[in-house]
Design a protein around this ligand. Structure first.
Ligand code: NDP
Ligand code: MG
Length: 387
């Protein structure tokens, strides 16, 4: 039996890594739906190479162009997930890897039609966890976080009783500016911020790694996924990006999970339920040289001011949605060179000081409409601040 798989965000970093795995075991997979936004060349080459049943393309101009190019081919080119005619057909696996809150709606749609959902898109967990959780329960969909830290934390937690957990450390590489003198931060350009020293990732998450916002988002993600209080978690700097989870137990033992910094490892393990020989996909023998220097140290709040957002996280139910939306706007404007790197954290705190902040932060995110209302307020407020 072939594994029927769909990938939301197939042209991105997570999407192409997943397709690398599929390519090596081509005969085992049947590709149902791929989706992307605007990368015409990669969309066309994925249609030719992987022969998906459907390709959903968000950008209308690119959608029309691709549709015209493949008009005689069997593949269905669509602009809207709702038009998928095999929507009721169960996918064995769907990988959710559209960045930002834009990934939430397709994730919810595919939970209904998938047996197992691999969640890379942390922003949809942050904003829509209640919806994701209840829909997956209703449809008996297995949820597997594939953000490397959460995949690793879950692997350790699955072996223990939750009441035996004392502390969970979330490791941060520190990004490209871990050792840059702070006086030079004012000169940081997008080109510097998207060059991560350890991981090859999309632009948004790379900038989030440079500001440490990625870890703040991951802290919220862990809080939602594993349901421990925020004070059970601690973010620590680990420049080698080799230990992805550290879980301290009440019995005095601490468990680490180590793997090399390549997303192919958590993704392949999630696809094959850890019954996989990683040598099929990834060759390395770095372990001996790198295990000699595993460093861990506390976060410097001067270098990474966003760390001071943590105490604010617990105050109101929808603070995470507001922080996430403001951050999306700020990264977008930083990448367009409209705001400076240093101002990203200043604006985040400014949004939380807005006179209407509490009014929106206390609203319950019970459905998509209420999530979007809170998200839109935060986007509008952030845009007003920067323009
Ligand atoms: P990329 O920017 O590399 O890729 C994004 C993908 O989503 C592309 O296929 C893009 O299409 C598509 N896309 C963007 N916007 C839309 C939209 N509105 N509708 C449909 N498709 C869209 O991102 P990453 O792969 O790096 O990250 C994806 C998610 O996974 C993020 O939430 C990130 O936080 C998370 N993650 C990523 C990790 C990594 O190593 N990269 C690690 C852990 C988590 P197109 O190319 O056509 O624009
Ligand atoms: Mg991560």
């Amino acid at each position: 039996m072939k594994i029927v798989i769909s990938i939301l965000g197939s042209t991105g970093s997570i999407g192409t890594t997943t397709l690398k795995i599929i390519k090596k075991k081509r005969a085992s997979f049947l590709i149902n739906t791929l989706s992307a936004n605007s990368n015409y060349n990669i969309i066309c080459s994925q249609i030719k190479e992987f022969n998906p049943k459907n390709f959903v393309i968000k950008n209308v101009t690119i959608f029309k162009k691709v549709k015209a190019k493949f008009k005689n081919k069997r593949v269905k080119i669509l602009n809207d997930y709702n038009k998928l005619n095999n929507y009721k057909k169960k996918n064995d696996i769907t990988v959710s890897a559209v960045p930002g809150i834009a990934g939430l709606e397709p994730t919810l749609k595919f939970i209904k039609s998938s047996k197992k959902m691999l969640l890379a898109n942390k922003e949809s967990i942050i904003c829509g966890w209640n919806l994701i959780k209840s829909l997956s329960r209703k449809n008996k969909t297995i949820l597997v976080p594939i953000d490397s830290e959460h995949f690793s934390i879950k692997k350790i937690l699955d072996k223990h009783n939750y009441k035996d957990i004392k502390k969970i450390y979330i490791t941060a590489s520190g990004g490209p500016f871990l050792n840059l003198p702070i006086k030079y931060f004012k000169n940081i350009k997008p080109i510097n911020a998207i060059r991560h020293p350890k991981w090859k990732m999309g632009k948004k998450i790379s900038v989030d790694s440079a500001t440490l916002m990625n870890k703040i988002l991951e802290l919220i993600e862990a809080h939602k996924l594993f349901n421990f209080d925020y004070n059970k978690y601690k973010i620590i700097i680990h420049p080698q990006s080799l230990v992805h989870a550290i879980v301290k137990l009440k019995n005095g033992l601490t468990e680490f999970l180590y793997h090399e910094p390549d997303m192919i490892i958590p993704i392949a393990n999630a696809i094959f339920d850890s019954k996989v020989d990683i040598d099929n996909f990834y060759k390395t023998n770095k372990i001996n040289e790198e295990i000699n220097k595993l460093e861990f140290y506390p976060v410097n709040a001067k270098r990474f001011p966003v760390i001071k957002l943590i105490p604010k996280m617990n105050k109101f139910i929808s603070t995470p949605i507001i922080i996430n939306a403001a951050n999306e706007i700020l990264i977008d404007n930083f990448l367009k060179r409209k705001i400076s790197f240093n101002s990203i954290s200043n604006y985040l705190f400014a949004v939380l000081r807005d006179k209407d902040y509490k009014k929106y932060a206390i609203q319950k995110p019970n459905n998509l409409k209420s999530i979007y209302k809170i998200d839109s307020w935060s986007r509008k407020t952030t845009l007003n601040l920067i323009t």
